[in-house]
Design a protein around this ligand. Structure first.
Ligand code: ATP
Ligand code: MG
Length: 736
């Protein structure tokens, strides 16, 4: 019974509750329900968004008056041109390239903005829109899947496709893109997701992006390309503001649909001049990429999920998440005759205030070294004009000879003299200054110019303040420039001053790229780096034109330690070394060539026969003298024989002394060494050696020119020649 009462009570309670609470419940949940329905409707609308509803957007939507903006842009352009002009004036005395570059970049962005403003809706309807169909047909004819896309599809189901235009597109275009890309992806069982976007910045035309690849048929791209060609040419010389604006506008108006294909990636992180990116799946090692801010970089690391590149310029403006564009070529530099007499940076941009570089060709900075069959033996001499080198460690064309020594031992001095000595000898010189002070480079240029050596010389200057990336590529750029001449059949002398700093720059890059470090914290491939570079020096076979590159790398040692890591590496790569001794240098023996530790493994074959004969015993005599001299420091009892050896050794050493900027011709060197070693200078005190040398040269130049020439050209230094030289020297000795 009781249970019946409980049930009846419960039913009454429920009825009362339902009657009282129904309205409240409805009020609470009803609104929510409606909102959910509304949201669902909206979501459906968003999904539909890519397909525009209207065929043609209404004219009113675009009828804006842009006269004010145009005037503003014109004003801005004028301002930029004026500021560039001002830089140009100052550039005459200082290096302002970077500032001019920055102003120029800004100028382009202002001009682009200006053109965007000029494009009214009317213009779009009349001129550009008609081209949309054409553009998209062309693009659809081009689209393919790249290896990078395939790799992406292995790990993902959907490949994103984005269609961007300046104005809303008609339905049929969007549909045809959807259809074509779906079909393309069907071939590899992948799916696409098409996004349709609008971007006024494009000005006109269409851009289709499939994965990382962009097919660009827009006016904005056209202007970008135009800007690129303009920046290679001298602008701002005669051009007025109006002229520039007119050219830019004309370019936009006479727009012909051209499809540019390139790849895009994205910046993940940037620090210390290194940028990690994703995307760009098809990129190659050594390729150039361009960042949105206009800076460029070179790919040095390719990993499965990221790509590392070094940034050439300033990296402060590069944002994480910004776009990176593949330029589509391996890093290369301008080459050709126009480089002679110029000072350029590691990328071949002139920095000498002599204006634009009118180059026609470029060459990749990394290139394969000539193979064994392409090479000929080293057989013609490259005279340095320095007695101690030409007589003792002769260098031949196509040889690689290391110049090694502590700091401040006259390493740079030796090669500057060598460059000066190449005057009228048909040898082109390329001096690569890595990590040197700007003032030093300016001084060197000044010296070369005043000696008439700049006419056949190019200086590549990468100061210590430049990024490690630029220091790293500088010798490669220089070699690319040298190779151009070599393959033209010319002789080139290239100097890397110095490779120790180059190794340090590469170590910095490698550590920043998180590569494992080895001995002295240098990366494992540092040997390969330098051998790859120096192996490009060669003497080409006659079939290839017979040109040559002679490489003189410089290495700085610490406290004369030539067995450190980098010195031993480079010693084993090169065909010999000239060791400049700090001790000799401080004693005043300059150039401070250490005879015992210097060697030239192939240059002997290239010496003139006379020099070869005359200098054959020189090395042993000098070594003997040094040994004796050191020994004699402790003794006082000297027999006559030893005294004689010491005196003649002293004279020989004295004869090998040479001031800077005073190269001596090869035949004069031969005569001098012959005269001293045969005892014609025996009566002379070491202090008078300089005067003896001068008189001797004068005598042979003025009175025995024929004999001097014979010594230079003779096929053999035979007894007859020797006798006539002896006769001439006796005559000269009588006059003393
Ligand atoms: P760094 O290690 O700084 O590059 P370096 O080894 O290249 O130095 P240099 O700059 O060529 O040395 O020369 C050092 C100094 O020695 C300079 O002041 C130079 O003028 C002087 N010097 C070099 N060679 C000679 C020479 N043959 N006669 C007189 N002075 C010389
Ligand atoms: Mg130096």
């Amino acid at each position: 019974m009781e249970i019946q009462y409980v049930i009846i009570n419960f039913l009454i309670l429920v009825t009362v509750l339902v009657l009282v609470g129904r309205k409240t419940v409805k009020r609470i949940f009803g609104g929510r329900y409606e909102k959910i329905i509304e949201d669902l409707d909206k979501a459906e609308e968003i999904e539909k968004m890519p397909m525009p509803e209207t065929e043609e957007p209404s004219a009113e939507a675009f009828a804006v008056d842009c006269s004010e903006e145009i005037a503003k842009a014109e004003g801005l352009v004028a301002e930029k041109v004026a500021s560039i002009e001002a830089f140009r004036e100052r550039e005459k005395s200082e290096i302002h390239r970077a500032m001019i570059e920055a102003a120029r970049k800004e100028l382009f962005s202002v001009m682009k903005e200006h053109v965007v403003n000029l494009f009214s809706y009317e213009k779009y309807l009349n001129e550009v829109k008609a081209l949309d169909r054409q553009i998209i047909d062309r693009i659809l004819g081009m689209i393919t899947l790249t290896p990078g896309d395939m790799a992406y599809l292995k790990h993902h189901d959907v490949l994103y496709v984005t269609l961007t235009s300046a104005y809303p597109l008609p339905k049929d275009i969007v549909e045809s893109v959807d259809k074509a890309t779906t079909e393309l992806l069907d071939t590899v069982n992948g799916k696409t997701s098409l996004w349709v976007l609008e971007d006024k910045e494009l000005i006109g035309g269409l851009r289709l992006r499939i994965g990382d690849t962009v097919y660009d048929g827009t006016i904005a791209e056209e202007l970008y390309q135009f800007g690129k060609t303009l920046s290679r040419e001298p602008i701002m010389h005669d051009d007025t503001v109006g002229h520039l604006i007119q050219e830019f506008t004309e370019r936009a108006e006479s727009f012909k649909p051209q499809i540019h294909k390139y790849q895009l990636g994205r910046v993940m992180t940037v620090s210390d001049g290194i940028c990690w990116m994703d995307g760009l799946a098809d990129i190659m090692y050594g390729e150039v990429v361009e960042f949105e801010c206009g800076e460029r970089g070179m790919v040095l690391d390719i990993q499965q999920n990221r790509i590392g590149c070094v940034i050439f310029g300033e990296f402060e403006h590069i944002e994480s998440g910004s776009r990176v564009r593949r330029v589509g070529r391996i890093a290369s530099v301008p080459v050709g005759e126009c480089l002679l007499g110029r000072v350029v940076d590691a990328l071949g941009n002139p920095i000498d205030a002599m204006g634009y570089l009118p180059y026609k060709e470029t060459r990749p900075i990394e290139n394969k070294a000539p193979g064994i069959l392409d090479r000929a033996p080293v057989n013609s001499p490259l005279h340095t004009g320095i007695k101690a080198i030409d007589a003792l460690v002769p260098i031949g064309k196509g040889q690689r000879e290391l110049i090694i020594g502590d700091r401040q031992t006259g390493k740079t001095a030796v090669i500057i003299d060598t460059i000066i000595n190449q005057k009228d000898k048909d040898t082109i010189c390329i001096y690569v200054a890595i990590g040197q002070k700007d003032t030093l480079v300016a001084e060197i240029k000044e010296k070369l110019a005043s000696n008439g050596a700049m006419d056949y010389t190019t200086i590549i200057a990468v100061p210590a303040s430049a990024s490690a990336a630029l220091q790293y590529i500088a010798p490669f750029s220089g070699t690319a420039m040298a190779e151009y001449f070599m393959y033209e059949g010319k002789d080139v002398l290239i100097i890397y001053d110095d490779l120790s700093k180059h190794a340090v720059a590469y170590r910095e890059l490698s550590l920043l790229l998180h590569r494992p470090s080895g001995r002295e914290a240098y990366p494992g491939d540092i040997f390969y780096l330098h051998s790859r570079l120096l192996e490009r020096a060669a003497h080409l076979s006659d079939e290839l034109g017979g040109g040559s590159i002679t490489a003189l790398p410089i290495i700085e040692t610490q406290a004369g330690d030539i067995s450190a890591y980098i010195p031993t590496n480079v010693i084993s790569i090169t065909d010999g070394q000239i060791f400049l001794d700090a001790e000799l240098f401080n004693e005043g023996q300059r150039p401070a060539v250490n005879v015992g530790l210097s060697v030239s493994r192939v240059g002997g074959a290239a010496q003139t026969p006379s020099m070869k004969k005359v200098s054959s015993s020189l090395r042993t005599r000098l070594a003997q003298y040094r040994e004796l001299a050191e020994f004699m420091q402790f003794g006082s009892d000297i027999d006559d024989e030893t005294k004689k050896t010491l005196a003649s050794g002293r004279l020989l050493t004295e004869a090998l002394r040479q001031p800077r900027y005073a190269p001596v011709e090869d035949n004069m060197q031969t005569i001098l060494i012959f005269a001293v070693s045969e005892g014609y200078a025996d009566g002379i005190s070491p202090e008078d050696m300089e005067r003896f040398e001068k008189d001797l040269y004068k005598y042979f130049r003025e009175e025995k020119a024929e004999l001097a020439l014979k010594i230079k050209t003779a096929k053999k230094f035979d007894d007859e020649l020797k006798a006539s030289l002896k006769k001439a020297l006796s005559e000269f000795a009588e006059r003393l």
